[in-house]
Design a protein around this ligand. Structure first.
Ligand code: FPP
Length: 247
């Protein structure tokens, strides 16, 4: 599918992706799982480039969850090495292409090398405006809510926030994604029909698009298919199609 099928005026502002299926991709080829993750980095490169070219302003990718520490130590270490390698290799191009790198999750618990490469990438690209690439690392939707509520409770305790002032915007402001619009579209490769603890608060009204294609096989054409499908959806946010809420 080529990009001519898309209405450029109705692209999602924020696309989220669960980069799933790397292990299965490797297993099908009789390779260790880390080869699947390595191939997954190639898909990420291609999709970042495609988002820039298509004009999608925000991309959030689930790279490592709070639950992924349960995997064998060698896989966890391999993933952290891949992250460092990706940032080191790509930072020049990301900076030149106008990508602003951000990260969400309990970043303080990542290994030191990953933290320092991330900090460098975030600082170097902070003024870029073309695409926000948000890497979810040691991320969990529930952990994010726990951290948000703790932050909120501290403000109340310190007398800086009154409980009666708390509304949905207040809570959004305490999330790692503070300041970003909620995802319009979630893409899930590898066929699973679940959210896997990703952006739980933010995805209340997100359109879901699932494909059996494994993440290492996911290409620009699959992104375009997802966007095309998204453009055919009717988003009502709990309202009615022909009623704009006015009385
Ligand atoms: C899920 O596939 C994928 C992950 C847990 C890691 C995703 C990471 C990358 C694509 C590369 C590293 C990221 C960066 C930012 C450089 P899975 O292993 O659960 O696959 P399976 O369900 O087939 O076993």
């Amino acid at each position: 599918m080529s990009e001519e099928v898309l209405d450029k005026g109705r692209l999602p502002r924020h696309v989220a992706i669960i980069m799933d299926g790397n292990g299965r991709w490797a297993q099908k080829r009789g390779l260790p799982r880390i080869f699947g993750h390595r191939a997954g980095v190639e898909s990420l490169r291609e999709i970042v480039k495609a988002c820039i070219e298509l004009g999608i302003p925000i991309l959030t990718v689930y790279a490592f969850s709070t639950e992924n520490w349960k995997r064998p130590q060698s896989e966890v270490e391999g993933l952290m090495e891949l992250l460092v390698e990706y940032l080191q290799k790509e930072i020049g191009e990301l900076k030149a292409e106008g990508v602003q790198v951000r990260a969400i999750g309990r970043l303080q618990d990542l290994p030191a090398a990953a933290r320092s490469e991330l900090a460098k990438a975030v600082t170097l690209t902070a003024s870029n405006q073309r695409l926000i690439l948000n890497l979810a690392l040691n991320y969990g939707g529930r952990a994010e809510l726990v951290d948000a509520f703790k932050g909120l409770a501290l403000e109340v305790q310190a007398g800086r926030l009154d409980i009666t002032q708390i509304d949905e915007n207040t809570i959004s402001g305490f999330l790692y994604t503070s300041g970003l619009p909620d995802p319009d579209l979630l893409i899930r490769p590898a066929g699973e029909m679940r959210l896997s603890n990703f952006l739980l608060w933010q995805m209340a009204y997100t359109e879901l698009w699932v494909t059996d294609v494994l993440w290492p096989d996911f290409r620009r054409e699959h992104l375009i298919a997802a966007l095309k499908d998204y453009q055919g959806r009717e988003r009502r946010f709990g309202g009615l199609k022909s009623f704009d809420g006015g009385d």
